[in-house]
Design a binder for this molecule. Structure first.
Ligand code: AR6
Length: 167
């Protein structure tokens, strides 16, 4: 029975077994947290990601951490918000579930997530936080190795939204 920690900070600095990247379907980098992870990990990450030839929304792929303190980076394209009537909730939940499954398969005990889809992809923050926390809690009930999941929130508004789901 693991637990969830909500923290405010920069995910590129987190020393977890795996950190998750809010990527896009090309997996070839971008802005936001994706850009920060690629800059901090170094150019070898780009070469590692090239080999996947992209990734569908809600699925996940794993690479090494390269220059990051984390051992692995799990890349998942979050859902682009289109108004809430197109399976958005399920697809966002898939990003969390598939990332956690991959971490568990790689024997990771600690996993750190950014707030997937709530930046450029415009998913409403409270709704995304509820989906993230519910999906993580459900996963922890059956996980073999994953024990601590950190939600690493970049700004205070995001931090408050995730904390509100825990207490
Ligand atoms: N550590 C933790 N969180 C961060 C960091 C960081 N270093 N930097 C930003 N965030 P976004 P999305 C927060 O836009 O909405 C990219 O171009 C940010 O404040 O990074 O899933 C990809 O290539 C926000 O709370 O991801 C895609 O094209 C959260 O991370 C697209 O953006 C997510 O914001 C993905 O959009």
């Amino acid at each position: 029975m693991g637990h969830i920690n909500i923290i405010q900070g920069d995910i590129t600095k987190i020393k977890a077994d795996a950190i998750v990247n809010a990527a896009n379907t090309t997996l070839m980098g971008g802005g936001g947290v994706d850009g920060a992870i690629h800059r901090a990990a170094g150019p070898a990450l780009y070469s590692a990601c090239e080999k996947f030839h992209g990734c569908p929304t809600g699925e996940a792929r794993i690479t090494g951490g390269f220059n990051l303190p984390a051992r692995f980076i799990i890349h998942t394209p979050g859902l682009v918000w289109h108004g809430g009537n197109n399976d958005e909730d399920q697809l966002l939940a898939n990003s969390y579930r598939n990332s956690l499954q991959l971490a568990d398969q790689h024997l990771c005990k600690t996993v750190a997530f950014p707030s997937i889809s709530t930046g450029v992809y415009a998913f409403p923050l409270e709704r995304a936080a509820k989906i993230a926390i519910t999906t993580i809690k459900d996963f922890l009930l059956t996980a073999n190795y994953v024990d601590v999941v950190m939600m690493v929130c970049f700004d205070s508004q995001t931090f408050k939204a995730y904390q509100a789901q825990i207490y």
